[in-house]
Design a protein around this ligand. Structure first.
Ligand code: BV8
Length: 232
């Protein structure tokens, strides 16, 4: 039984809840150019288009539920006596809704707003636009989704890297291993001597970096993995 577990999740863990992934054949980036909606330059060039993109995603998540994989990770967190950290690249709130608590959204959350004028952050479940007033400074024209775009520094990297340095089990779930620095976490975990496991529908970009891999839908392979780990 490990003493310290770090888990990384990506869009694949939410796929069976009905949320589109990014790089699967019919994924989000096959329809929309990420440079237009997930970069500071895209937001500066056309904030209305970016607000439309996140308003659509925020609305879309309202009708979906956490799946068995999210629930299994929340169960593991409760049942495991050692150190536990769940790092997600996802900006949806399905992990929280499944009961996960020791959780970092390294790419932010689309149901939170950030004001570029005062730096204030606030939960946000409705529409957002250039006309939206910041609840803190009451200025309009400065609100953005509190997500990390390409070229921006992911959140809580110090805390994540400290956990990676101390873990003896690293599990990567539902991510294609395309986006850094998340895609490099497996290397940091291996350097710390951790056992590294990939649970994914198919081998990711970084599949060769993992000691073990299981391929299949997350709602099947994640509960099975948690069951075996807790039963060990
Ligand atoms: C940064 C938030 C530096 C918004 C996203 C090397 C080192 C460091 C940086 C870089 C580097 N090389 C390049 C970079 C820059 C860049 C980058 O990585 N580019 C890539 C394209 C090469 N990285 C950055 O810009 C990052 N910032 O490095 O800052 C810095 C330093 C100093 C000062 C300032 C800055 C920031 C990256 C974050 C960007 N934001 N999202 C939003 O969501 O709208 S990233 C985007 O991709 C997604 O949000 C998602 O979080 C992320 C990763 O995607 P995945 O989750 O993996 O999804 P994907 O569709 O790709 O894969 C799904 C997988 O699931 C597949 O493998 C599939 O097989 C599997 N699957 C499908 N169904 C199932 C399943 N598995 C199981 N069951 C199923 N049913």
């Amino acid at each position: 039984m490990p003493s310290s577990i770090v888990i990384l999740t990506g869009a694949g863990i939410s796929a069976e809840s009905g949320i589109a992934t990014f790089r699967d054949p019919d994924g989000i980036w096959s329809k929309i150019d990420y440079r237009e909606v997930a970069t500071p330059q895209g937001f500066a060039a056309n904030p209305a288009r970016v607000h439309d993109f996140y308003n659509w995603r925020r609305q879309n998540v309202k009708s979906v539920e956490p799946n068995a994989a999210h629930v299994a990770l929340a169960r593991l967190e409760r049942a495991f006596a050692g150190e536990f950290l769940l790092v997600t690249q996802n900006v949806d709130s399905l992990h929280e809704r499944a009961g996960s608590e020791r959780l970092i959204h390294m790419h932010g959350q689309h149901d939170r707003a950030l004001c570029n004028a005062c730096g204030g952050r606030t939960p946000w479940h409705g529409e957002m636009s250039l006309e939206t007033l910041c609840p803190g400074c009451e200025q309009a024209g400065h609100m953005r989704p509190d997500v990390v775009w390409f070229g921006e520094m992911p959140y809580e990297m110090d805390r994540i890297q400290a956990a990676l340095r101390g873990c003896d089990l690293f599990v990567s779930i539902g991510t294609s291993g395309n986006v850094y620095p998340a895609a490099g976490f497996v290397r940091e975990a291996r350097a710390a001597g951790a056992r590294t496991v990939e649970l994914n529908l198919e081998p990711s970009q970084g599949a060769d970096l993992f000691h073990e891999a299981e391929h299949g839908p997350a709602t099947r392979i994640v509960p099975d993995f948690v069951e075996r780990l807790l039963g060990a």
